[in-house]
Design a binder for this molecule. Structure first.
Ligand SMILES: Nc1ncnc2c1ncn2[C@@H]1O[C@H](COP(=O)(O)OP(=O)(O)OP(=O)(O)O)[C@@H](O)[C@H]1O
Length: 268
């Protein structure tokens, strides 16, 4: 681990999927949300952005998603394939803290929305949405409306909606923060299973040391004023991870190291 044992996170392939250099973001209000962010994310990586409220985690995620642009610095996709028209950018999926489902539409129609917007034919989009719902454990709930679903189930639909486009990179902004602990643990396990099976890259924003250690291969610990990455920590625990890991002394020890790094970042 960085800081503890000195081990640095290494990109999984020689060319990172996404690479940020010297990224800064200053809003019109004058707030410097990010400054000097250098970050490489490898294909298939699971990276957590961990930090206190206001340190720029969401801003960083939005910049990676192309929903906001940096005021200075660069964002590149070095592993993107090239054709005559330029780079073919990876497919992105985004999951927000709120599931933001259409209340008038079934779980199937909600999960199929990105395909509908892409103009995919109804039979294909319904088949793919049903497959995505099955993957998040919601087989049999295709015709249910959001009002009939629990908070955890709504979040599952939201994840299915992000998975339906078969993304290369899944960007998740505190997706489980509003859920009770048992539901959150279950969704943590299911997310890891889906990630291992599908092999996409995940960038996961969280306030929780425990959640970041449980899920991720690598943690970027952030600090505020100005928002920045203070340190990167590799989580030295193999996958698959399950309840055995969650209750292990290894897990407790890693959480302690990350907590100390976070406290140091906040104090810096
Ligand atoms: N659109 C905006 N206009 C002006 N300031 C903004 C805007 N969005 C975010 N900020 C400010 O930029 C800083 C970073 O915000 P951001 O939401 O990225 O942090 P965060 O770490 O995700 O916070 P939280 O954990 O509370 O969601 C904060 O001071 C915030 O008030």
């Amino acid at each position: 681990m960085d800081g503890g044992s000195g081990e640095r996170a290494a990109p999984l392939l020689s060319r990172p999927l996404v690479s940020l250099r010297g990224v800064a973001k200053r809003y019109d209000s004058g707030t410097v949300a990010l400054q000097g962010v250098d970050l490489d994310i490898g294909r298939g990586d699971f990276l957590a952005l961990l930090g206190p409220s206001g340190c720029g985690k969401s801003t960083l995620l939005r910049i990676i998603a192309g929903l906001a642009s940096p005021s200075s610095g660069t964002l590149a996709w070095p592993a993107a394939a090239q054709d005559q028209r330029g780079p073919t950018l990876p497919r992105l999926g985004f999951v927000f803290q709120e599931p933001t489902l259409m209340p008038w539409a079934t779980a199937l129609a909600n999960a199929a929305l990105p395909l509908r917007l892409e103009g995919v034919a109804r039979s294909e989009r319904e088949a793919r949405a049903a497959e995505a719902l099955k993957r998040v454990g919601l087989a049999g709930f295709e015709r249910a409306y959001p009002r009939a679903l629990s908070g955890g189930m709504k979040m599952r639909v939201s994840i299915a909606r992000a998975l339906v486009t078969r993304p290369d990179i899944l960007l998740m902004d505190e997706p489980f923060a509003a859920l009770d602990e048992i539901t959150r643990f279950r969704l943590n396990n299911d997310l890891l299973e889906i990630w291992q099976e599908a092999g996409f890259t995940v960038v996961f924003v969280t306030h929780s040391v425990f959640e970041s250690v449980y899920l991720s291969r690598r943690i970027a610990v952030m600090a505020s004023r100005p928002g920045r990455i203070e340190t990167e920590i590799t989580v030295p625990a193999p996958y698959p991870r399950g309840d055995g890991f969650r209750t292990s002394s290894d897990y407790a020890a890693i959480c302690r190291t990350v907590s100390l790094a976070l406290a140091g970042a906040i104090a810096a």
